[in-house]
Design a protein around this ligand. Sequence first.
Ligand code: SF4
Length: 492
Amino acid sequence: MANPIERTTCALHQGVAAPVECENGPAMDERNSQDQPGDILKRTQKSQIGNLVTLQTHGKAATRDGAPVIELTDGKELCDLSKNPTLVRSSQLQLSKSKFVAGIQCLKRLYLQVHSPDLAAVLDEGTEAILSQGQEVGLLALRAFPHGVLVQSNHDELDEALTQTQRLIADPRIPAIFEATFRYQGVLVRVDILERHSPKGWRLIEVKSTTAVKDYHLFDVAIQRHVVSGCGIDVAAACLMHLSRDYVYDGQEYRIRKLFKIEDVTKEIRQINRDLPTLLQDQWKALNRKSPPNIEPGPQCEDPVGCEFYDQCHETLPADHVSCLPRISQTKIAALVDQGISLISEIPNDFPLGALARRACDAVQGGDTWFSGDLRQELRRLKYPLSFMDFETLYPAIPRYAGMCPYDHIPFQWSVHRQHRPGEPLEHFEFLARGDSDPRRGFIESLCRAARGKGHIVVYNRSFEASRLAELAAWLPDYAGQVEQIRERLSR
Ligand code: SF4
């Protein structure tokens, strides 16, 4: 008997070009080479499982994307594997939830992930840190389910994971399963948390390190629900578990149920559920191609996440390419490129641009540096000594120190360059936290010392530095007065 967690339904019989080996063997015998599109066919279909069984199939010869198929009288299709080698090759392929989500972003991205993963950009330190932070959040979330059991198998022991999942589901003493593993019609998913909801029903929970549900998360949950339900499990609710910005860490122990929010998105994924057969069919079709789908680069290359194949699809652009204009939208770039305009110097005067982009365009075209009309007045307003101040922060998903919320900034470095009179050399002061201990007190104490006195403080982004100062004053009220004085001296 087939493993109930791994249903390999013959997708050809369902009109879905899934990559699984059909357990009934070839879906149809060879189509006659004289068959013409539109011919009414009556074919013999053989099963190679157990005793030889013969079925009658009625349909109409047709082609789909150049491949021979038979349209069945009930509107479904049978593909002729013998004449469609790409579908034969697909029997080696498998989708995962992350690949499915990549395919929702861009079918070419999915294709390259599967067939040419070596073309992907090497992960930089920032991306690796984000991934490892996601893992940290995922592990912490499991603590909300104290008696949950982890499916231990590694990724190269999936059969063991499928069997172990089945065993845990059958054991009513297990309240939750972590990394429960399912395979259905060639799609494999490992569910972050599968919580026993009632004697029969389960709550499927996907953990995210964001502080809200994002639209693209819904595809992630929908594909899991599809696979788990396809394996015969009653998914009573499909949920997303994410961090709560309202949670304030007391510096002692994380209160996991408050640190996370669980949102039921069962209703929100209904439409995606309805679209899934088509979405999956599109993905299998893309994967079965001999070359990547011909997809033009566009907004999807950076939304919802930066594509790791960006460099494969984008030429190195000249420094004055239209996309270099500040705050120009993808729509405007596309409109210019459609008109054969790729350089800023070629943009007509009457092409509608936002104020900032137009200003930059005029400056490039005129070869002049642009100065704000208010600049002279602003500079005259500044009172010496001038202090040029800059902060560096990190903002971890999980709050590290008392009084902090998820993604609060931890200021760990400041730099101040001071000039007493115009033209005089700059004095430099700085602070850099070392080690893992809370740097906030050391940061603000040293900054208040260095910034003592009068004169304006010049910053690149006033709202950023002002917000960090306000947060420091709230965490360390004994410095609130001095911090307020620094804030009042910030230049506009
Ligand atoms: S760079 Fe853009 S077009 Fe190319 S694969 Fe990625 S998302 Fe698709």
